[in-house]
Design a protein. Structure first.
Length: 512
């Protein structure tokens, strides 16, 4: 009996049509081919293996890295009548699941890679027909990916033990390098790569330096009355920001892994049901949450990578209506990330640094943000998208090389141990007790920056930190980084992006 995917789509899933690349991916799977599907979050990856699981005889084995994720999907699949189970340490019905698999009564069987790669799991799979191997979050197999899981590497012998069973690897987050690596690691052909469009045209991207984060995000809340997510970097940061934002009168909840599970579950359920709630969360929040009407996602600090940024901002506007993603960053985010990189194993530092540089290019650009994002995912979009901060309000770039050289010179002459505030006062010639005591008021750099240049001093310090011409020591003192030399010698210039005034951006935004 030939299977009709469209009939299953309508009868089992209740959808009238396939979306994007789903039909192409499913055709390949049903034809027994090996495939890597790179599809952004929300594009409907699960359907790509769930539908074949229903259509094909035998069980589809789904490898997934997180028990929570598995159970979310399990619930959703069971709810529409798909026969599914998971084999994890958290499931106490394992004996029953094994019996159901043996009897051919399961469409889907979820397992984590550490279990799936074991001897006993392989022996089990030999006892009943396997329809398909679906490897979810497949970027975990690559050291180039941002989320390497050594256990994923152990899956290959299992897959190779069933050479006739089709393989479907799925991921939302893979740059060109990672993709190529996934193909090799999982034994997939080059022509098995299917990439869905990454553009989310209804999301407006905006990126600004931090200047009083709470106030900036409170402004965002005022402009966007719908539900929103604010990502903070630490658990305590989450709690503090949530408390501060509650003063705006909006319902605000915190969410992080340190909260009592019952509180966490309640906050999440309330958020999903709400039409105006703001969730202040660590990146632990968002995976597997189905809330299409999130109107804004704010980052109170730098995300881990462009992939992480894309995934986190991608939780906004899944209903297709306009939504906003606003990132607030500080130079210290980059300094901290560099320190972390210095602590990882030497052979991983190169890829980590490349990841950070890609983020640097995104926040520093005076050009289109969306273009940088999409190019990162291998697409070649136009010069301007018309729906990011830089396209809507092109910033002016000014040459700040002179101020940068004065700043570096002040860093050097004071012994590379003072912070931005101290150096600023010194450069503009503002006398204080500390500089008097240190004898710094006699230096040639004292008061060398005039009134017209004074507002540039702090942005210049930020730019120098970002491009590694300056590094912050653990006490906040600034010292030279490898890029300082070229600037001092006149071989490199420093230009600053001058963001347009907020008022102006509002008026233009309103007219657009
Ligand atoms: P991903 O895993 O790629 O992030 P999901 O598989 O969770 O995405 O699907 C995202 C949402 O899209 C889900 O609510 C799902 O039910 C819905 N969806 C998937 N495919 C279709 C389709 N063909 N038509 C309508 N809705 C779909
Ligand atoms: Zn743009």
């Amino acid at each position: 009996m030939p299977v009709d995917p469209r009939a299953i789509l309508q009868q089992t899933f209740g959808f009238s049509d396939f979306r994007g690349v789903q039909a192409r991916v499913i055709d390949r799977v049903l034809a027994g081919q090996r495939t890597l599907a790179v599809m952004p979050t929300g594009a409907g990856k699960s359907l790509c293996y769930q539908l074949p699981a229903v259509a094909l005889p035998g069980t589809c084995i789904v490898i997934s890295p997180l028990i929570a994720l598995m159970h979310d999907q399990l619930r959703a699949a069971t709810a529409i009548g798909i026969r599914a189970a998971a084999l994890t340490s958290a499931d106490d019905n394992r004996a029953e699941t094994i019996a159901r698999f043996r009897a051919g009564e399961l469409d889907l069987l979820y397992a984590a890679p550490e279990r799936a790669s074991g001897e006993s799991f392989r022996a089990l799979l030999q006892q009943a027909p396997v329809a398909l191997f679906a490897i979810d979050e497949a970027h975990c197999v690559s050291e180039w990916g941002h989320d390497f899981r050594p256990d994923y590497r152990l899956l290959r012998p299992l897959l190779d033990a069933f050479p006739a069973v089709p393989r479907l690897a799925l991921t939302a987050t893979a740059d060109a390098h990672t993709r190529a690596d996934i193909l090799v690691q999982l034994g997939l052909p080059d022509d098995g790569l299917i990439v869905a469009g990454f553009d989310r045209p209804n999301i407006r991207y905006a990126i600004s330096p931090r200047q009083g984060t709470t106030q900036q995000i409170a402004g965002l809340l005022r402009d966007h009355p719908g539900p929103g997510i604010v990502y903070a970097q630490t658990r305590s940061g989450t709690e503090k920001l949530a408390a501060a934002l509650a003063a705006t009168g909006r319902p605000v909840r915190p969410y992080h892994a340190g909260l009592d599970p019952a509180v966490r579950a309640r906050n999440q359920a309330d958020f999903v049901a709400s039409e105006d709630m703001v969730m202040v969360a660590t990146v632990a929040f968002g995976m597997g949450i189905d809330k299409p009407d999130v109107r804004f996602v704010a980052h109170a600090g730098l995300p881990k990578s462009i992939e992480a940024y894309y995934q986190e901002t991608g939780r906004a506007g899944r209903d297709g209506d306009p939504a906003v993603a606003h990132l607030f960053w500080g130079a210290e985010d980059f300094a901290r990330a560099r320190q972390r990189i210095a602590e990882v194993e030497p052979d991983r530092q190169g890829s980590e640094r490349a990841r950070l540089d890609a983020l640097g290019a995104l926040v520093e650009t005076a050009g289109c943000r969306r273009r940088i994002l999409l190019r990162h995912f291998g697409e070649e979009p136009g010069e301007r998208c018309g729906n990011c901060d830089n396209c809507l309000n092109p910033p002016a770039a000014i040459d700040a090389t002179q101020v940068a050289r004065k700043f570096l010179s002040a860093v050097f002459r004071t012994g590379q141990m003072f912070g931005t505030g101290y150096l600023h006062d010194l450069l503009v010639g503002k006398s204080n007790e500390r500089s008097l005591m240190n004898g710094h008021e006699g230096l040639s750099v004292f008061g060398i920056v005039g009134d017209d240049e004074a507002p540039l001093v702090r942005p210049v310090a930020r730019a120098l930190l970002l491009r590694d011409a300056l590094r912050a020591n653990p006490h906040g003192g600034l010292e030279f980084g490898p890029e300082a030399r070229a600037i001092l010698k006149g071989e490199a210039t420093v230009s600053l992006i001058v963001p347009p005034k907020r008022e102006r951006s509002r008026r233009r935004g309103g007219a657009a």
